[in-house]
Design a protein around this ligand. Sequence first.
Ligand SMILES: [Zn+2]
Ligand SMILES: [Zn+2]
Length: 320
Amino acid sequence: MICHAFTVRCFKRLERWADRITGAAGPFFIAFACAGIFTGLFAFQDVVAATLRWKLLSWPICLLVAANMVMHYWWACTVPPGFVGEDERPLSIRTGRYFDVTPATITTCSKCLSQRPERAHHCRICNRCVLKYDHHCPVRINACVGIHNERHFILFMTYFVLACGIFAVNGFDGVLLALGASYVYTGMDPWPYRIPQIAFILIYVLAAVLSLAVLSMLSYHLWMVMHAETSVESQDFHIYRKVAKRRGETFTNSYDLGKIRNLELFFNVGKGGYPYYTLLLPMRIPPYTDGRSWARRPGYRQHGGVREGEELTDDDGQDA
Ligand SMILES: [Zn+2]
Ligand SMILES: [Zn+2]
């Protein structure tokens, strides 16, 4: 027993240190990400853009992808995620008009004592409760992902993958030229561009690797969005499913309105929301709810298969 308590205490201390280091390292990650993104854009414009075919079509697409990537990154980093009691916004006109939302149940956070609605969780790094808390992302945006910036976070990843993919496909000739192995450009200055060869090769490799890495993370996040779960809920629901199964019941996620509708609600497009084309433009679109009420499956006011007192809290070991 004593040994167990000691291990838990050590683990908690370790966790606090990790949080402190993560919090402190955040700005460096951001600086690295910004440097990478802008070097990539420069390399593309310098070396690859001139070789693109169907310029009338390819240039507007590339510009749109780049603008979306930069702006959604900026918003994901700078729009407050939705701290409970602080940056809460009233429902917009386009919100909650065409479908029913049920008020969220309110609980008290054991750490910051805020009165928070369901889906809000305490972030250890920000030391505050965040509405529809997903996770704290130190590496990409150095902030919490919550109700007000989750859309920008997902769209940034989407456009980042697209941008890296376009670069990786169209920049291959440039890499051959930089390596001095191209026979296509004989008679030309061997490297007529402003960016140094080594920098171009490095940024190309980085783009190719990151496009695959971020694509896998993006797929996972979109899978969760389609199932109307946040990262925290994904873990909680896994436990609820087991508990319900042991009783011979099935767990039902009451936020789950079907894959397409879940995606629409997340991005606040489609019926009752903004037009679909807003997904293609660098725009700030508010969430469909203020984080204090949620759209639910017809007939549900809470999840099915979970009894009162079985709900997990932030103290039950989840990453919150
Ligand atoms: Zn809290
Ligand atoms: Zn946080």
